[in-house]
Design a protein around this ligand. Structure first.
Ligand SMILES: [Zn+2]
Length: 684
């Protein structure tokens, strides 16, 4: 019997799948619009029931009722936006364009509802006398702040303008992301055997696989996925081809025509500025940072500046070493951005006798996944069992059941590791369901996305391995969550704290203790030789001038753009060029993300004036991991237990308070400077 999508919509049924995972095999694009519509209607009815309730506002009839509202909308939104990021197609993209503004309007309708806000404000004012537990008190404070920051205190006219801007921004964000994806999908460099000079076996295999996937037998293709671009720029001895790949990579989002992102950036920044001013701030950065650990743009700038000059000084030394190598190889002109990785690799080989192609065979994807799981077992006592009875949305996705120390079900972990057309670039962690236990225990369903180039077996670079652990750290934050309320669950913390649990977890990917056990050669199964491990460790801070400049320049331009940009007629290309000149960003390095494809800032608002969050969290993370180093055991049980408390707490406590409870004191920047080799003079 065939299903008629108009009568049978999986979103309107209870899911009898294992663990209530979405029935991916039955969900079709046409199921989303009616589910979105009904989801919004249901939530409006639920909100109306709250505001019309005759009793005086109470925590239960207002805050908990709000937590309970919008369940259907949440369910359909999570499935939709996860699929639209990981496995999109024309139909999903069209729905995203249609519904982004509608959903924004829906959210603003609730956020600006005067009757609802009146109840929240009343509860907020009397919160000290309501006999609430600490998590409940914080929940009220966060709700109240969120409503105020959405415009609840504005006049009706101002509210209407806030709502209209949010709606327009949602469309612009969606369009921005789709433009980048299309530029990535459309471009590929087709190569013949003769064009592969310098490429090691793994890169050739990945290029062959990429060509085969696109129906090009006996050819090779380089795509614009970072995991294809980076190795090509590192190894190809063909300067002309490196340049072609570099230029395509950095031109994403800049092509004139309907997919040009420059005008979108101008409009987005102007609208954000207008919203910030309506809310009484000078600019968007002040507005954004007011609700962060950093608190002010000045504090963020201070941190960025603290690493900027030392990073540039280190990058100057690195440039000199690269140019010396380039000259010795017969390049008689300055090195360019498309040369950096290539000559850096040569310097690394000479200086540390370290060859990426020698290291990579020891980083087999499956082994590193097992390492990540095992690290979580040793630190936090949780275990992972693969399940093949759970529906998935793509055959590449693998599913693991996560159990606690006592064997109880803790959640599901979906791993989606490979690059493919229709998947956003980069790496990210997300959820299909959040943990909570307000009415009954709800276990999380977490997904990690990466964009590794598939191989047999898939081999990772050292950086890839860290990325794998980074996203898994976010995954653990969601899986270990033990909170009462959904909106405090797992990663729902302040944006400049959310990278702490993910970044600190990266340390276990590269720790010698880990590598000795898990880094095994894909052919021989031999563990990594001890002396190779020592060489890897010695090269720890190599090229960190480059990495720090590339990142910090992006964080600075983000801050500056949202702090100083003129509210109208911003020319993003010119702004970028002037910024690069003024800050004297080395031409051979540039920005890690150019504005035209800076998805952190423009595919959504999440990291706008917030890209610094990675460095902010690195202060905590470097300082935090130093505690394990000081203890002399990276699995020190006492520290691990206290770290687990951070992962479990979600947003139930203030982040600095959480950090102090883990570390016993506030963090200092010393460990960060040390781990990037930016500390003592002459340190490398
Ligand atoms: Zn992250």
């Amino acid at each position: 019997m065939t299903q008629n999508p108009f009568f049978e919509n999986p979103f309107f049924e209870n899911w009898s799948t294992p663990f209530g995972v979405p029935p991916f095999d039955r969900i079709r694009p046409e199921h989303f619009p009616p589910a979105f519509e009904r989801g919004m209607e249901d939530q409006i009815a639920e909100i109306t029931a709250i505001t019309r309730s005759s009793g005086a506002p109470s925590f239960a009839n207002t805050i908990e009722a709000l937590e309970r509202s919008g369940r259907l909308l949440d369910r359909v939104s999570r499935v939709f936006f996860n699929l639209d990021s990981s496995n999109t197609n024309d139909a999903l993209e069209a729905i995203a364009r249609d519904y982004a503004p509608v959903l924004a309007q829906h959210r603003m309708r609730i956020a600006l509802d005067p009757d609802l806000f009146a109840r929240i404000a009343e509860l907020h004012a009397s919160r000290e006398s309501l006999g609430l537990a600490p998590d409940q008190r914080r929940l009220i404070e966060r709700y109240h702040l969120r409503f105020v920051r959405s415009g609840a205190l504005l006049t009706p006219d101002q509210k209407a303008r806030m709502a209209a801007i949010s709606e327009r921004l949602a469309s612009l964000h969606t369009q921005f992301g789709q433009n980048v994806l299309h530029d990535e999908r459309d471009w590929r460099l087709i190569l013949d055997e003769a064009d592969l000079d310098g490429l090691p076996q793994f890169a050739r295999a990945a290029a062959a696989e990429a060509a085969t996937e696109r129906g090009l037998e006996r050819k090779y293709a380089v795509t614009l996925s970072r995991s294809a671009v980076e190795p090509f720029l590192t190894f190809s001895s063909r300067r002309d081809l490196r340049r072609a790949v570099w230029e395509a990579w950095t031109a994403r989002g800049t092509h004139a025509g309907p997919r040009d992102n420059a005008p979108l950036i101008g409009e987005i920044v102007a609208l954000r500025t207008e919203q910030a001013r309506l809310l009484g701030y000078d600019n968007f950065a002040d507005y954004r940072l007011d609700d962060s650990m950093a608190k002010t743009a000045t504090a963020v700038e201070r941190l960025l500046r603290e690493v900027w000059q030392p990073a540039k000084a280190k990058a100057r030394d690195e440039t000199a070493a690269l140019e010396a190598t380039a000259r010795a190889e017969g390049l008689n002109e300055p090195i360019e951005a498309w040369d950096w990785r290539y000559y850096a690799e040569k310097v690394r080989q000479t200086k540390y006798n370290l060859d990426e192609a020698e290291v990579k065979p020891y980083f087999v994807l499956d082994n590193m996944v097992a390492t990540a799981f095992d690290t979580a077992t040793r630190l936090f006592g949780i275990t992972f069992t693969e399940r093949d009875d759970v529906p998935v949305y793509h055959p590449d996705v693998r599913v693991w059941e996560v159990r606690d120390r006592a064997g109880g079900h803790l959640g599901l972990f979906l791993h989606d590791n490979f690059a493919r057309p229709g998947k956003q670039s980069g790496a990210w962690s997300s959820r299909y369901r959040d943990q909570e236990m307000m009415d009954e225990p709800v276990t999380p369903i977490v997904v990690n996305n990466n964009n590794f180039a598939k191989g047999t077996p898939t081999l990772l670079s050292f950086d890839d391995a860290r990325t794998l652990f980074h996203e898994f750290g976010h995954g653990l934050h969601a899986l270990l969550s033990r909170v009462r309320y959904r909106s405090q669950s797992g990663t729902s913390v302040l944006r400049d704290f959310v990278e702490f649990p993910s970044q600190i977890f990266e340390h276990w990917a590269t720790a010698p203790e880990t590598l000795r056990t898990y880094a095994r050669h894909y052919r021989t199964g031999e563990p990594m030789p001890e002396e190779l491990l020592q060489r890897l460790n010695a090269a720890r801070t190599f090229n960190q001038g480059f990495a720090t400049v590339e990142y910090t320049a992006s964080a600075l331009i983000d801050l500056e753009l949202h702090r100083t940009a003129p509210p109208t007629n911003l020319d993003a290309t010119r702004f970028e060029r002037e910024f690069l000149d003024r800050m004297e960003v080395p031409r051979q390095i540039g920005l890690r993300h150019r504005l035209a494809h800076f998805q952190h800032l423009f595919s959504g608002g999440g990291y706008a004036a917030g890209y610094y969050a990675y460095l902010w969290a690195e202060v905590l993370e470097a300082d935090g991991f130093a505690a394990f180093a000081e203890a002399g055991d990276i699995f020190d049980p006492g520290l691990a237990a206290r770290l687990k408390d951070v992962y479990c707490a979600g947003d139930t406590r203030d982040p600095m308070e959480l950090y102090r409870a883990f570390r016993g004191r506030e963090p200092t920047i010393a460990a960060l400077l040390e781990q990037r080799g930016l500390g003592a003079v002459g340190d490398d």
